[in-house]
Design a protein around this ligand. Sequence first.
Ligand SMILES: Cc1cc2nc3c(=O)[nH]c(=O)nc-3n(C[C@H](O)[C@H](O)[C@H](O)COP(=O)(O)O)c2cc1C
Length: 390
Amino acid sequence: MTQPGNFSDHQLAIYAQGMFGGGKPSWTTNLARLEEYARQKLSPEAFGYIVPSAGDNATTRANRAAFDRYRIVPRMLRGRAERSYRTTVLGTDMPAPVMIAPLGVQNLAHPDGELATARAAAALGLTYVHSTQASRSFEEVAEAAGDAPRWYQLYWPTDDELCLSFLQRAKENGFSVLVLTVDTVLLGYRPADLDRGYLPFLAGDGIANYLTDPVFRSRLAKPPEEDMTAAALQFAQVFPHAGLSWERLPWLREHWDGPIVIKGIQSVADAKAAADAGMDGIVVSNHGGRQVDGAIAALDALGPIAEAVGDELTVLFDSGIRTGSDVVKALALGAKAVLIGRPFAYGLALGGQAGVEHVLRCLLAEFDLTMALSGLSMDDLEPGILATAG
Ligand SMILES: Cc1cc2nc3c(=O)[nH]c(=O)nc-3n(C[C@H](O)[C@H](O)[C@H](O)COP(=O)(O)O)c2cc1C
């Protein structure tokens, strides 16, 4: 497992391998170029599902533009030889405030799917968040992850009994924090998938948690192994849940005894509503631009939200993070930890577990170097370390 403060050793190891061992990294270390390389590995359907966003991709562009607008102001000669980024988030110990975002249908990127990602996260001690739409079940992922930290992301089904079964399986399999995603009460308008008439779930991909669930199976006339079309259609009855509302949160609290985080918050008003509902945390996120085209950049939402509720709620962040310096910016604007989305999926496409590990090690190395070269420790991270570019 990577030790805190040693993340930039990865850089030295690459140089040493190149200069003395005659080897080069298997994949690019330029995190901003991963998408380009992953494209060569992915089928058109997989690329279309993973990479583009809703509508005209305006939200995704806004996410990146917001990161470009903020600039770090490096400070010098601050003695940064000893460094640690270890932190605890909602009871979970982390070597750095970086987690693996819940991404569904990871078998589109690599046959090992979530098993590869969970193993890579475990190798680095990072927390893996398991999607309800995973291509592998709770049980399979728990076995792959061993005793590594893991959280569960819930898409609340329209069937409460099924919801309870998901919660129970998550608990039994060691998922310690519940992340309820609230920005996907309907699927966003995604032309790349629509133009192909392609939705992986209806082909039986990304519904492993359902297909292995006793409550879900009890709703079927024949087991999915005999009639996958009927199972996919039954899935379409329970997901998504357009009627979900704040009033349902006490029910969730009643049935989950660990921390609950609401993912997909983009306004101060909703952040306050989450606090009023007694939630433990939020993820400021626009789902990587996959839901509302033309939405506010997630990073622009972060600062005001963290200021308003940061004392009451654990504020997490995703959407648009591509590099180590992006991580620094989000932490400075008030996130306690960030979730990495598409970049690890690109690593998965490039090289399975090893590819995900490569991406995560590069990202952590760049994060460590950015912090050290800017004279920053975790305690220094506040909006004042940033300037906004014209
Ligand atoms: C292919 C793909 C699948 C996703 N599936 C889920 C999911 O099942 N549940 C969820 O809460 N978010 C899901 N997300 C959103 C991510 O958790 C995260 O919010 C997003 O990827 C962050 O944006 P970024 O990838 O641009 O950094 C998915 C994102 C992608 C790209």
